[in-house]
Design a protein around this ligand. Sequence first.
Ligand code: SF4
Ligand code: SF4
Length: 423
Amino acid sequence: MMITLENLRHDANGCIRCSNCKWVDHIYMKSARFARICPITQKHAFNLYSAPGLMYSALAIMDNGIRFTPALLDALYKCTSCGACDVRCKRNLDPEILSVIEALKAKAVEVGAGPMAEHRAVAKNIETTHNRYSAPHADRLNWLTEDIKPSVKADILYFVGCAASYADPSIARATARTLLSAGTDFMVSTDETCCGHLLYSTGQFDAFKRQAERNIKMLEQSGAKTVLLSCAEGYKTWKVDYPKILGKSTSDMNYNVVHITEHVDTLLKSGHVTFTKQVPLKVTYHDPCNLGRLSEPWYHWEGTYERYGVPNPVKHFRRDGHAGVYEPPRNILKSIPGIELVEMERMKENAWCCGGGSGAELAFPEFASWAASERIGEAKETGAEAIVTSCPVCKQLFQRTAKENQTNMKTYDMAEIIEKALP
Ligand code: SF4
Ligand code: SF4
């Protein structure tokens, strides 16, 4: 069943307006200060800015009750598609809340109301230069240095992504050096193009499907069987959104998807990686939405809902959030000599989104900075000197916001921390 609003009417209709999706699961809630989980709800305190508000808007759009007004577009595109509401809703119920939000964005694009101008500009960049920054495609591998020589052919393809290729090459270099140090044979491809995450998450499904097909063809032609990523957005895109847009399950794809933290954690456990250098730092780990609760495998389902809403055939529900990549980064940090890991109140499936996802930072930079400030404040409460994350968007936003707020909270990517600890 394709992700269209009409196909998801049952799910939008399944919202009972209980508002559970606005709060951290009460079992894990530790304080009133950090009890909220939906950034748009906390910022605006008006029901349109929430999952139930968007569910009812979706129904009203389908029934021609309302149009995509500027207010609705503001709420819809400030929503970072972080998936917190979906996880919280599925604690008790089973509607596909996040899929409805994604389909509502796609409907806005279909009728010409969305996405925001900043998202259209990125789509144009991707179409013309194959990357989100409009940088020359020929420069995509400029991050490679003399000491980094990937194989010409290997079973593992390191898909670097736009951010690490162009904007933050220290992440790409740290990842490649980690792989070389661990003896992992890997290749990179000059034919890599933007994963398309921003296209999918802003509802530009046609352009996203073209990117999915382009990159899957690139992978097939490379001969590699595993895609390794250092970027949370790319990881979720290959694992969840490519199958989703193609009407398949993750298990139907003829490739494996591995994040660098999963790979290093496996090598740590088998003794093929040892951390020898001291990294004296008290850190807290920020779970990127796309590596945490959003990264569970996708299960394609086509069918009908019968009496009492029973799905026929049986549906595999996902996104209670428990199958995200939570332990590998934490295991790694705990294994590095000198690192002290302290946890924030909202963690794992209950993590607070940085505020930058799904193009929200591009279109609404002040909102994104506010959400990031909330997270930096939560990190400070732990006594940590630095936030470690696994997503270049989170890293960039935290660094920009810390500078704006004149706080001394540092942010590192996991790959950079790993590289510091290697022999
Ligand atoms: S989306 Fe789910 S959790 Fe949120 S109000 Fe609706 S039914 Fe309740
Ligand atoms: S996806 Fe995130 S920002 Fe959007 S409504 Fe759900 S919890 Fe709020």
